[in-house]
Design a protein around this ligand. Structure first.
Ligand SMILES: [Zn+2]
Length: 135
């Protein structure tokens, strides 16, 4: 199909700019974090899941500067390798937060009630987490 300037100006054809995902540099520090994260995080997540009766799908280690972790509707959990830079209680807090998303895919009252029951000091932990920046 040949697109003319007229098609674009008339709105018949729309140009969509897709931002290319910026790949974060794999510095030696990131490599170390990734290695440690792979050795530590999936095991701990599954331990917490078993303790609280969650069933988790795949667990993957990710590197991005937008979230500490994420949960898909298919029950898979992604964990940011930056979690290795956190003290253990904050690391667990992030994992418990993601596990709660296996039951509630939002941040509504039921989600918070569940998180509260698993992690009573979650508000304090959330505040402390803000002191850390994703790299
Ligand atoms: Zn969340």
């Amino acid at each position: 199909m040949k697109i003319t300037l007229g098609d674009i100006l008339s709105g018949k054809v729309r140009i969509v700019y897709r931002r290319r995902r910026r790949k974060l540099p794999e510095t030696p520090e990131v490599q170390e974090l990734r290695k440690a994260a792979k050795a530590c995080l999936p095991g701990r997540l599954r331990e917490l899941a078993a303790l609280h009766g969650f069933s988790v799908g795949a667990v993957r280690i990710k590197h991005n500067v937008s979230n500490w972790g994420s949960c898909s509707s298919k029950g898979n959990i992604n964990l940011n390798l930056n979690l290795m830079r956190l003290p253990e209680d904050l690391r667990d807090y992030v994992m418990l937060h993601e596990l709660c998303h296996l039951r509630y895919m939002n941040h509504g009252p039921e989600f918070h009630a569940l998180l509260e029951s698993l992690c009573p000091n979650h508000k304090e932990l959330r505040q402390r987490l803000k002191e850390y920046k994703l790299i």
